[in-house]
Design a protein around this ligand. Structure first.
Ligand SMILES: *Cc1c(COP(=O)(O)O)cnc(C)c1O
Length: 424
């Protein structure tokens, strides 16, 4: 199947007389004929459902679709992108371990790593994604367990050189985890460039309609845990909480990571996606391959319009030839990157505020990456506590406007931006 067909059909094959659409299994629990049957599930000796905190059929159909789209071997849904990134890292890095992450990652993930997971004893080194191979190699320590980055950073729009990061990770015997939220598997499949684990905030393009918060983790099945058994005892030594099962032995390369993540982390933290949300996510996935090209086409036109406009100081969009990441984006994402653009309005904070006030089609929202065009001026919203000097140090200057280009008629979006610029 091609990706377009997978968006519609992968993950769920109805049998004779069954519902064409995935069923919403709105049930916390599942019935068995004997205690013995159920006991096999608890021992991980048989696969099946017993309690929705661990697994639910609706969620599994949708996870299987995303798994197919990414070209992975196993996948699971989580309640949010935050939960996906937390589980993906915590599944292999605990107290006393070290992880390398790109410094430009999404603010929520940065805080999760630098504050909350630090408190749990996981140490992070944040590295400039444009660093040299030598600088990257120097960041590894004997207790490093993973490398983490985003295909396209939110909101900095920095394109990660995935092959460079994968090479360094593999030379040091650890997997590369890639948050592929902005590119989606329609525009980039990180496994094809060397990544081992992929995460998503499905809240963004995958859902695509501002309807349901969610996350997903996909395993490529390529990382050989047993070859680095001493680094990953959680996968390569017996789990006492499951009668001594050794995940890497019992479930192999393709299944070990996700089985452990479900059996331990979902069991103990319980960040499940509600089956109803998984159903909504599936509706979004069914048109992902139609929406992504339109997002990119619209964003490209808006970015070119902005770049040529006398009231615009700078434009950051990886689809522009002037962009630092243009060549890398063309290599990894020849069909387009995403619909998000950042730009600076001449006249700084005041001008940006006036620009925001003049918009009608673009809605002010903290959200990004969905069908509706939305816009945020961080200096007067999410970052309003900071003065101009602090904003510049954080890489979010007072003039910065983040525009998430939707799939409306692009002429309407451009006319709206043009009017708002006149309003200044
Ligand atoms: C939004 C986002 C997240 C967090 O996802 P939620 O679904 O909001 O928890 C993580 N990574 C990236 C790149 C995001 O854009």
């Amino acid at each position: 199947m091609q990706r377009e067909t997978m968006c519609i059909q992968a993950g769920y094959e109805p049998k004779n007389g069954e519902s064409r659409m995935i069923p919403i299994v709105q049930s916390t629990t599942f019935k068995y004929d004997s205690s013995e049957d159920m006991g096999k599930l608890f021992d991980l000796e048989a696969s099946g459902y017993f309690y929705t905190r661990l697994q639910n059929p609706t969620n599994d159909y949708v996870a299987a679709k995303i798994c197919a789209l990414e070209g992975g071997t196993a996948a699971m849904l989580t309640s949010s992108g935050q939960a996906a990134n937390f589980y993906a890292v915590f599944n292999i890095a605990g107290c006393g371990d070290h992880v390398i992450a790109a410094s430009t990652i999404y603010g929520g993930t940065f805080n999760l790593f630098s504050v909350t997971m630090k408190r749990m004893g996981v140490e992070f080194t944040f590295i400039d994604p444009d660093c040299s191979e030598e600088e990257l190699a120097a960041a590894f320590k004997p207790n490093t367990k993973a490398v983490f980055g985003e295909t396209i950073a939110n909101p900095a729009l920095i394109v990660l050189d995935i092959p460079k990061f994968a090479k360094a990770a593999h030379e040091h015997g650890v997997p590369l985890i890639i948050d592929n939220t902005f590119a989606t598997p329609i525009n980039c499949r990180p496994f094809e460039w060397g990544a081992d684990i992929v995460t998503h905030s499905t809240t963004k393009y995958m859902d695509g309609h501002d309807a349901a918060v969610g996350g997903c983790i996909v395993d490529s099945g390529k990382f050989d845990w047993m070859a680095h058994a001493d680094k990953f005892p959680g996968l390569t030594t017996p789990d006492d909480s499951y009668h001594g099962v050794v995940y890497a032995e019992k479930f192999g390369l393709g299944g070990a990571f996700i089985t452990k993540c479900t059996a331990q982390l979902m069991r103990d933290f319980g960040s499940i996606q509600a089956p109803m949300n998984a159903y909504l996510l599936n509706l979004g996935l069914e048109s992902l391959h139609v929406r992504m090209p339109r997002h990119c086409e619209n964003a490209q036109k808006v970015a070119e319009f902005l770049e040529a406009h006398p009231m615009i100081e700078w434009v950051n969009y990886p689809g522009l030839k002037s962009n630092k990441y243009y060549d890398l984006a063309q290599k990894m994402m020849p069909n387009g990157t995403c619909g998000v653009i950042a730009f600076g309005v001449k006249g700084g904070r005041k001008a940006a505020e006036k620009f925001m006030a003049g918009l009608k089609v673009a809605m002010i929202a903290t959200h990004v990456a969905d069908a509706h065009t939305c816009v945020l001026h961080p200096a007067s919203a999410t970052h309003r506590q900071m003065n101009d000097a602090e904003l510049i140090a954080a890489g979010v200057g007072p003039d910065l406007v983040r525009l998430s280009v939707g799939i409306e008629n692009v002429d309407d979006i451009i006319a709206d931006v043009d009017n708002a610029l006149k309003n200044i």
